[in-house]
Design a protein around this ligand. Structure first.
Ligand SMILES: [Cu+2]
Length: 374
Protein backbone atom coordinates (compact mmCIF):
# COMPACT_ATOMS: atom_id res chain seq x y z
CA UNK A 1 0.00 0.00 0.00
CA UNK A 2 2.77 2.37 0.99
CA UNK A 3 4.78 1.55 -2.10
CA UNK A 4 1.73 1.76 -4.35
CA UNK A 5 0.67 5.23 -3.27
CA UNK A 6 4.22 6.56 -3.35
CA UNK A 7 4.60 5.14 -6.84
CA UNK A 8 1.40 6.74 -8.06
CA UNK A 9 2.58 10.13 -6.82
CA UNK A 10 5.97 9.57 -8.30
CA UNK A 11 4.52 8.81 -11.71
CA UNK A 12 2.15 11.74 -11.59
CA UNK A 13 5.02 14.00 -10.72
CA UNK A 14 7.82 12.78 -12.92
CA UNK A 15 5.87 12.32 -16.11
CA UNK A 16 3.69 15.37 -15.79
CA UNK A 17 0.54 13.25 -16.10
CA UNK A 18 -2.80 14.77 -15.31
CA UNK A 19 -3.95 13.54 -11.90
CA UNK A 20 -7.48 13.33 -10.57
CA UNK A 21 -6.74 16.24 -8.24
CA UNK A 22 -6.63 19.12 -10.64
CA UNK A 23 -5.61 20.29 -14.02
CA UNK A 24 -4.13 23.74 -13.52
CA UNK A 25 -5.53 25.17 -16.75
CA UNK A 26 -9.02 23.94 -15.92
CA UNK A 27 -8.70 25.15 -12.35
CA UNK A 28 -7.86 28.60 -13.65
CA UNK A 29 -10.72 28.57 -16.08
CA UNK A 30 -13.16 27.25 -13.53
CA UNK A 31 -12.08 29.37 -10.60
CA UNK A 32 -10.83 32.55 -12.20
CA UNK A 33 -12.28 33.05 -15.68
CA UNK A 34 -10.48 36.33 -16.14
CA UNK A 35 -7.31 35.97 -14.17
CA UNK A 36 -6.81 38.97 -11.88
CA UNK A 37 -3.51 40.77 -12.35
CA UNK A 38 -1.14 40.83 -9.43
CA UNK A 39 -1.62 44.52 -8.65
CA UNK A 40 -1.06 44.34 -4.88
CA UNK A 41 1.65 41.77 -4.26
CA UNK A 42 1.94 40.45 -0.69
CA UNK A 43 5.12 41.54 1.05
CA UNK A 44 7.39 38.78 2.28
CA UNK A 45 9.50 40.26 5.05
CA UNK A 46 12.64 39.12 6.85
CA UNK A 47 11.86 37.49 10.20
CA UNK A 48 14.33 39.80 11.93
CA UNK A 49 12.25 42.83 10.89
CA UNK A 50 8.91 41.50 12.17
CA UNK A 51 7.33 42.96 15.29
CA UNK A 52 6.92 40.81 18.37
CA UNK A 53 3.24 40.49 17.58
CA UNK A 54 3.88 39.42 13.98
CA UNK A 55 6.40 36.81 15.14
CA UNK A 56 3.93 35.42 17.64
CA UNK A 57 1.17 35.22 15.02
CA UNK A 58 3.39 33.15 12.72
CA UNK A 59 4.61 30.79 15.47
CA UNK A 60 1.06 30.35 16.78
CA UNK A 61 -0.09 29.36 13.28
CA UNK A 62 2.74 26.81 13.00
CA UNK A 63 1.76 25.37 16.41
CA UNK A 64 -1.82 25.18 15.15
CA UNK A 65 -0.66 22.98 12.23
CA UNK A 66 1.14 20.77 14.74
CA UNK A 67 -2.08 20.28 16.73
CA UNK A 68 -4.40 19.63 13.79
CA UNK A 69 -4.86 16.05 12.56
CA UNK A 70 -3.49 14.88 9.22
CA UNK A 71 -5.92 14.93 6.31
CA UNK A 72 -3.79 13.33 3.62
CA UNK A 73 -3.60 9.85 5.17
CA UNK A 74 -0.12 9.27 3.86
CA UNK A 75 2.07 6.71 5.65
CA UNK A 76 3.17 7.95 9.08
CA UNK A 77 1.35 11.29 8.92
CA UNK A 78 -0.43 12.15 12.17
CA UNK A 79 -0.61 15.95 12.18
CA UNK A 80 -1.29 18.58 9.53
CA UNK A 81 2.34 19.63 10.03
CA UNK A 82 3.31 16.08 8.93
CA UNK A 83 1.17 16.51 5.82
CA UNK A 84 3.41 19.38 4.74
CA UNK A 85 6.55 17.25 5.19
CA UNK A 86 5.17 14.38 3.10
CA UNK A 87 5.49 15.73 -0.46
CA UNK A 88 9.10 16.68 0.29
CA UNK A 89 9.87 13.32 1.88
CA UNK A 90 8.16 11.08 -0.67
CA UNK A 91 9.41 13.03 -3.70
CA UNK A 92 12.91 13.83 -2.38
CA UNK A 93 14.54 12.26 -5.40
CA UNK A 94 12.43 14.21 -7.87
CA UNK A 95 12.73 17.57 -6.09
CA UNK A 96 16.46 17.74 -5.31
CA UNK A 97 19.34 17.98 -7.76
CA UNK A 98 16.72 18.15 -10.50
CA UNK A 99 15.25 20.99 -12.53
CA UNK A 100 12.24 20.88 -10.20
CA UNK A 101 14.30 21.90 -7.17
CA UNK A 102 13.72 25.67 -7.25
CA UNK A 103 10.17 25.67 -8.70
CA UNK A 104 9.00 22.88 -6.38
CA UNK A 105 10.37 24.57 -3.25
CA UNK A 106 8.81 27.89 -4.34
CA UNK A 107 5.47 26.07 -4.69
CA UNK A 108 5.98 24.34 -1.33
CA UNK A 109 6.60 27.72 0.40
CA UNK A 110 3.42 29.01 -1.20
CA UNK A 111 1.59 25.87 -0.04
CA UNK A 112 2.80 26.35 3.54
CA UNK A 113 1.79 30.02 3.53
CA UNK A 114 -1.63 29.16 2.06
CA UNK A 115 -2.32 26.40 4.60
CA UNK A 116 -1.29 28.67 7.52
CA UNK A 117 -3.69 31.32 6.26
CA UNK A 118 -6.65 29.15 5.30
CA UNK A 119 -6.53 26.56 8.08
CA UNK A 120 -4.89 28.36 10.99
CA UNK A 121 -6.17 31.92 10.69
CA UNK A 122 -2.76 33.42 9.93
CA UNK A 123 -3.16 36.91 8.48
CA UNK A 124 0.47 37.63 7.56
CA UNK A 125 2.67 36.27 4.78
CA UNK A 126 5.56 33.85 4.63
CA UNK A 127 8.64 35.45 6.25
CA UNK A 128 12.23 34.58 5.32
CA UNK A 129 15.45 34.36 7.30
CA UNK A 130 17.77 37.27 6.41
CA UNK A 131 20.71 34.91 6.61
CA UNK A 132 23.32 37.54 5.85
CA UNK A 133 22.82 38.87 9.39
CA UNK A 134 23.77 35.59 11.05
CA UNK A 135 26.72 34.22 9.10
CA UNK A 136 29.37 32.84 11.46
CA UNK A 137 27.18 33.80 14.43
CA UNK A 138 24.13 31.58 14.08
CA UNK A 139 23.84 30.83 17.80
CA UNK A 140 22.99 34.49 18.47
CA UNK A 141 20.40 34.79 15.72
CA UNK A 142 17.18 36.62 16.52
CA UNK A 143 15.43 33.77 14.66
CA UNK A 144 16.59 31.28 17.33
CA UNK A 145 15.39 33.38 20.27
CA UNK A 146 13.81 31.20 22.95
CA UNK A 147 10.96 33.65 23.61
CA UNK A 148 10.17 35.43 20.34
CA UNK A 149 11.67 32.92 17.89
CA UNK A 150 12.01 29.24 17.06
CA UNK A 151 14.17 28.24 20.04
CA UNK A 152 17.87 27.58 19.77
CA UNK A 153 20.29 24.73 19.46
CA UNK A 154 23.71 23.68 20.66
CA UNK A 155 26.84 24.60 18.71
CA UNK A 156 28.56 21.55 17.20
CA UNK A 157 26.45 19.10 19.26
CA UNK A 158 23.42 17.19 18.05
CA UNK A 159 20.57 17.75 20.52
CA UNK A 160 16.81 18.22 20.76
CA UNK A 161 15.67 21.84 20.53
CA UNK A 162 16.42 22.95 24.10
CA UNK A 163 13.87 25.76 24.49
CA UNK A 164 11.21 27.80 22.71
CA UNK A 165 7.82 26.87 21.25
CA UNK A 166 8.85 23.63 19.52
CA UNK A 167 10.73 22.10 22.45
CA UNK A 168 8.13 19.42 23.12
CA UNK A 169 6.89 18.70 19.61
CA UNK A 170 7.30 15.09 18.54
CA UNK A 171 7.89 14.50 14.85
CA UNK A 172 6.33 11.41 13.27
CA UNK A 173 7.91 11.81 9.85
CA UNK A 174 11.61 11.12 9.18
CA UNK A 175 14.48 10.71 9.51
CA UNK A 176 14.94 10.07 5.80
CA UNK A 177 12.21 7.81 4.47
CA UNK A 178 11.54 6.36 7.94
CA UNK A 179 8.64 7.46 10.09
CA UNK A 180 9.68 7.30 13.73
CA UNK A 181 8.89 9.45 16.74
CA UNK A 182 11.62 12.03 17.27
CA UNK A 183 12.21 15.43 18.79
CA UNK A 184 13.26 18.27 16.49
CA UNK A 185 17.05 17.94 16.58
CA UNK A 186 19.55 20.66 15.70
CA UNK A 187 23.31 20.94 15.66
CA UNK A 188 24.36 24.51 15.02
CA UNK A 189 27.50 24.96 12.92
CA UNK A 190 29.11 28.26 12.06
CA UNK A 191 31.57 26.83 9.55
CA UNK A 192 28.59 25.59 7.52
CA UNK A 193 26.97 29.04 7.42
CA UNK A 194 29.95 30.54 5.58
CA UNK A 195 28.76 29.40 2.14
CA UNK A 196 25.67 31.63 2.41
CA UNK A 197 27.91 34.70 2.33
CA UNK A 198 27.60 37.26 -0.44
CA UNK A 199 30.77 36.06 -2.18
CA UNK A 200 29.07 32.70 -2.80
CA UNK A 201 25.80 34.24 -3.97
CA UNK A 202 27.60 36.63 -6.33
CA UNK A 203 29.57 33.71 -7.71
CA UNK A 204 26.31 31.93 -8.63
CA UNK A 205 24.87 35.16 -10.04
CA UNK A 206 27.64 35.29 -12.66
CA UNK A 207 25.98 32.35 -14.41
CA UNK A 208 23.61 33.53 -17.07
CA UNK A 209 21.49 30.41 -17.53
CA UNK A 210 19.27 28.39 -15.20
CA UNK A 211 21.25 25.31 -16.23
CA UNK A 212 24.34 26.72 -14.48
CA UNK A 213 22.93 29.10 -11.86
CA UNK A 214 20.48 26.61 -10.27
CA UNK A 215 23.04 23.86 -9.41
CA UNK A 216 25.36 26.58 -8.12
CA UNK A 217 22.63 27.84 -5.78
CA UNK A 218 21.60 24.32 -4.75
CA UNK A 219 24.93 22.55 -4.36
CA UNK A 220 27.52 25.32 -4.63
CA UNK A 221 26.95 26.80 -1.18
CA UNK A 222 23.90 29.03 -0.60
CA UNK A 223 21.28 26.28 -0.16
CA UNK A 224 23.39 23.84 1.82
CA UNK A 225 24.76 26.51 4.14
CA UNK A 226 21.66 26.80 6.31
CA UNK A 227 20.64 23.14 6.12
CA UNK A 228 23.99 22.30 7.69
CA UNK A 229 24.20 25.51 9.74
CA UNK A 230 21.02 24.65 11.67
CA UNK A 231 21.82 20.94 11.37
CA UNK A 232 19.96 17.93 12.78
CA UNK A 233 16.55 17.61 11.11
CA UNK A 234 17.48 20.44 8.73
CA UNK A 235 20.47 18.42 7.49
CA UNK A 236 18.14 15.64 6.32
CA UNK A 237 17.67 16.12 2.56
CA UNK A 238 14.50 14.04 2.69
CA UNK A 239 12.57 15.09 5.84
CA UNK A 240 14.05 18.53 6.60
CA UNK A 241 10.63 20.27 6.68
CA UNK A 242 10.32 18.62 10.12
CA UNK A 243 12.05 21.71 11.51
CA UNK A 244 9.81 24.78 11.00
CA UNK A 245 13.00 26.72 10.21
CA UNK A 246 12.96 24.94 6.86
CA UNK A 247 10.32 27.37 5.61
CA UNK A 248 12.31 30.43 6.63
CA UNK A 249 15.43 29.13 4.94
CA UNK A 250 13.77 28.04 1.71
CA UNK A 251 11.91 31.32 1.46
CA UNK A 252 15.29 33.05 1.69
CA UNK A 253 16.57 30.78 -1.08
CA UNK A 254 13.50 31.60 -3.13
CA UNK A 255 14.38 35.29 -2.78
CA UNK A 256 17.94 34.53 -3.88
CA UNK A 257 16.58 32.77 -7.01
CA UNK A 258 14.15 35.64 -7.65
CA UNK A 259 16.90 38.27 -7.29
CA UNK A 260 18.71 36.40 -10.09
CA UNK A 261 15.56 35.88 -12.22
CA UNK A 262 14.46 39.50 -12.14
CA UNK A 263 17.68 40.70 -13.75
CA UNK A 264 16.63 39.47 -17.22
CA UNK A 265 13.12 38.82 -18.57
CA UNK A 266 14.13 35.57 -20.30
CA UNK A 267 14.97 34.08 -16.91
CA UNK A 268 11.25 33.96 -16.11
CA UNK A 269 10.97 31.13 -18.64
CA UNK A 270 14.38 29.53 -18.25
CA UNK A 271 14.05 25.97 -16.94
CA UNK A 272 15.86 22.68 -17.59
CA UNK A 273 17.52 19.87 -15.65
CA UNK A 274 16.99 16.17 -15.10
CA UNK A 275 13.70 14.93 -13.62
CA UNK A 276 15.05 12.44 -11.08
CA UNK A 277 18.27 12.73 -9.07
CA UNK A 278 20.98 10.18 -9.73
CA UNK A 279 22.75 10.97 -6.45
CA UNK A 280 23.25 7.68 -4.55
CA UNK A 281 22.85 9.41 -1.20
CA UNK A 282 19.07 9.08 -1.33
CA UNK A 283 19.53 5.31 -1.04
CA UNK A 284 22.44 5.54 1.38
CA UNK A 285 20.53 7.82 3.76
CA UNK A 286 17.60 5.43 3.86
CA UNK A 287 19.81 2.54 4.91
CA UNK A 288 22.41 3.94 7.27
CA UNK A 289 24.21 1.24 9.26
CA UNK A 290 23.50 0.68 12.98
CA UNK A 291 22.78 3.82 14.96
CA UNK A 292 24.50 6.13 12.49
CA UNK A 293 22.78 9.45 11.95
CA UNK A 294 22.45 11.69 8.91
CA UNK A 295 24.85 14.03 10.73
CA UNK A 296 27.44 11.21 10.88
CA UNK A 297 26.96 10.69 7.16
CA UNK A 298 27.56 14.30 6.20
CA UNK A 299 30.49 14.58 8.57
CA UNK A 300 32.11 11.58 6.89
CA UNK A 301 32.02 9.58 10.14
CA UNK A 302 30.62 6.32 8.79
CA UNK A 303 33.37 3.88 7.81
CA UNK A 304 32.89 2.26 4.42
CA UNK A 305 30.64 4.92 2.94
CA UNK A 306 31.92 7.14 0.15
CA UNK A 307 33.19 10.56 1.16
CA UNK A 308 31.37 13.66 0.00
CA UNK A 309 33.01 15.60 -2.82
CA UNK A 310 34.55 18.86 -1.63
CA UNK A 311 34.68 17.66 1.99
CA UNK A 312 30.98 18.11 2.74
CA UNK A 313 29.08 20.99 4.25
CA UNK A 314 31.31 21.32 7.32
CA UNK A 315 34.58 21.60 5.39
CA UNK A 316 37.25 24.16 6.26
CA UNK A 317 37.20 24.86 2.50
CA UNK A 318 34.11 27.00 3.24
CA UNK A 319 36.48 29.71 4.44
CA UNK A 320 37.93 29.96 0.94
CA UNK A 321 36.35 31.02 -2.34
CA UNK A 322 33.54 29.08 -4.09
CA UNK A 323 34.62 26.12 -6.17
CA UNK A 324 31.39 25.09 -7.94
CA UNK A 325 31.86 24.20 -11.61
CA UNK A 326 28.99 23.95 -14.12
CA UNK A 327 28.09 20.35 -14.96
CA UNK A 328 27.71 20.70 -18.74
CA UNK A 329 25.67 17.51 -19.01
CA UNK A 330 23.28 16.62 -21.77
CA UNK A 331 19.83 15.66 -20.53
CA UNK A 332 17.60 13.64 -22.82
CA UNK A 333 14.24 14.62 -21.35
CA UNK A 334 14.65 17.84 -19.36
CA UNK A 335 12.13 19.52 -17.06
CA UNK A 336 9.75 21.76 -18.99
CA UNK A 337 7.46 24.67 -18.15
CA UNK A 338 4.40 22.50 -18.81
CA UNK A 339 5.37 19.79 -16.28
CA UNK A 340 3.01 19.24 -13.35
CA UNK A 341 3.93 20.08 -9.77
CA UNK A 342 2.02 18.40 -6.97
CA UNK A 343 1.79 18.62 -3.19
CA UNK A 344 -0.64 15.70 -3.03
CA UNK A 345 -3.71 17.92 -2.82
CA UNK A 346 -2.62 20.25 0.01
CA UNK A 347 -3.37 22.90 -2.60
CA UNK A 348 -4.29 22.21 -6.25
CA UNK A 349 -1.65 20.84 -8.57
CA UNK A 350 0.00 23.36 -10.84
CA UNK A 351 2.69 23.58 -13.51
CA UNK A 352 6.26 24.83 -13.46
CA UNK A 353 5.26 27.83 -15.60
CA UNK A 354 2.75 28.94 -12.96
CA UNK A 355 5.51 29.48 -10.38
CA UNK A 356 8.26 30.96 -12.54
CA UNK A 357 7.23 34.55 -11.80
CA UNK A 358 6.41 35.49 -8.19
CA UNK A 359 3.99 38.13 -9.48
CA UNK A 360 2.15 36.00 -12.02
CA UNK A 361 0.56 32.58 -12.44
CA UNK A 362 -0.66 31.28 -9.08
CA UNK A 363 1.66 33.65 -7.17
CA UNK A 364 1.44 37.29 -6.16
CA UNK A 365 4.12 38.42 -3.75
CA UNK A 366 7.38 40.34 -3.56
CA UNK A 367 10.39 40.38 -1.28
CA UNK A 368 11.42 43.24 0.95
CA UNK A 369 15.15 43.46 1.69
CA UNK A 370 16.18 43.69 5.33
CA UNK A 371 17.47 47.29 4.97
CA UNK A 372 14.13 48.38 3.55
CA UNK A 373 12.09 46.49 6.12
CA UNK A 374 13.53 48.01 9.29
CU1 LIG B 1 14.28 20.38 0.02
Amino acid sequence: MIITSALVYFLAFSQGLATPLANPQEADLAGRPSKPKCSKPAKRLPWQALSRKEKKAYIDAELCLMRKPSKLNLPGAITRFDDLIKPHQIMARETHQTGYFLPFHRYLMHTHETVLRTECGYKGHQPYWAEELDIDNIQNSDVLDSVTGFGGGVLDTLACVPNGPFKNYKLHTGPGQKNTENCIERRLSNIATLTARQEYIDYCYQFNTFEDAWPCLEDGGPHNAWHAGVGGVMLDPISSPGDPLFYLHHTWLDKVWWDWQKQKPERLRDITGRKVSINPFFDLLSNLPGNSTITDFFMGNIPGLPSIPGGGPFSENNRGPPTFQPRNETIADPVKLTDTLTVFGLIPNTTVSQVMNIKDGILCYEYVDYEDAI
